[in-house]
Write a protein that binds this ligand. Structure first.
Ligand SMILES: C[S@@+](CC[C@H](N)C(=O)[O-])C[C@H]1O[C@@H](n2cnc3c(N)ncnc32)[C@H](O)[C@@H]1O
Length: 301
């Protein structure tokens, strides 16, 4: 048996010593077997967190996808292996933060979502797609968005949402009859669609067209804030978080969603597709892993 096939087998069996020995003797950690699965995917699928760590340390690609578009993170999550999932998630986040920093340093004027904001996008009943046919938003995310809306609307009647997308969260926010519901949206086509579908005429809605980074001076303080953009780096989300103390009223509630590098320009398809987070309860818990403190809902600024 080839070294790489043995590596897949050792990863599957959780035989970390053998995994390490094979790597030291030159086995290729980027190998895909006849089913299109990498050693990392095998280790993840069987919940062998130590083997996952060992393969990641040796440079196994955390964002590779199987023929059915599943990442190692998806395999771990789908099989209920939380420890292996956490190891992969942390590796992905670290890589994202580093890649984002490198991208910014090499091109400080790069606004990361500039390309996306100039792209044509496609709307259909159940999804919003970018020009690479990658999903910006999908209808299955509705229960998740409803849960976020419930959370951010539980603290008061002045609500801010960043990123309209399909309007799922905004429709849910409207159910709570906010006094003022401010929506920031940067994509001209999404904005155009918002206007065509009557959002501009709702009495309690204020639409601010532009990138949140550019329209910050127009924003006030809110009882609830939700953040879910597209085509940005974690760095952007971290930057947004730095504004929360002024964007949130005392006791206000913040929640966010991030597709975990679903559109990162370097990782392209991403470590954990949004599908990893399907199922509302899990989603909220999974979101909480992104940034400490480990909750997606922040209160009491
Ligand atoms: C994933 S969608 C939001 C989906 C939304 N939560 C829903 O429930 O349908 C992301 C949205 O953020 C917008 N967006 C991306 N970058 C942005 C930025 N810097 N400022 C404001 N909006 C942005 C995109 O155009 C897109 O409409």
């Amino acid at each position: 048996m080839e070294d790489e096939e043995q590596l897949c087998e050792a990863a599957r069996n959780g035989d970390t010593d053998k995994v390490r020995a094979l790597i030291e003797s030159g086995a290729d950690v980027s190998y895909f077997d006849g089913h299109g699965l990498s050693p990392l995917m095998h280790a993840a699928k069987h919940g062998h967190a130590d083997a996952v760590k060992c393969l990641l340390e040796a440079g196994a690609p955390w964002n590779a996808l199987s023929p059915s578009n599943l990442s190692a993170g998806d395999f771990a999550m789908d099989s209920g292996h939380q420890e292996a999932f956490d190891v992969l998630l942390n590796a992905g986040i670290q890589a994202e933060l580093i890649l984002g920093t490198i991208a910014r340093r090499s091109n400080p004027s790069d606004d990361t979502d500039g390309d996306y904001l100039e792209d044509r996008i496609t709307f259909s009943e159940d999804k919003l797609m970018d020009s690479d046919s990658k999903a910006i938003m999908m209808a299955w995310e509705k229960p998740l968005m409803e849960a976020h809306a419930k959370a951010v609307c539980s603290g008061g009647k002045h609500i801010l949402n960043i990123g309209f997308g399909m309007g799922l969260v905004d429709n849910a926010i409207q159910q709570y009859a906010p006094i003022k519901h401010t929506i920031v949206e940067a994509h001209p086509e999404v904005y155009g669609r918002m206007l065509r579908s009557g959002w501009g005429e709702k009495e309690n809605v204020k639409i601010i067209f532009g990138r949140w980074q550019d329209v910050l001076p127009q924003l006030k303080s809110y009882d609830g804030v939700f953040f879910d953009t597209y085509g940005e780096y974690y760095e952007d989300m971290r930057e947004f978080h730095q504004h929360l103390p002024s964007l949130l009223k005392p006791g206000g509630i913040y929640s966010f969603f991030n597709g975990l590098c679903g559109v990162n320009t370097l990782a392209r398809k991403g470590l954990f597709g949004r599908r990893s987070l399907e199922g509302c309860e899990t989603q909220i818990l999974a979101i909480g892993h992104i940034l400490p403190p480990c909750l997606s809902v922040y209160t009491g600024f």
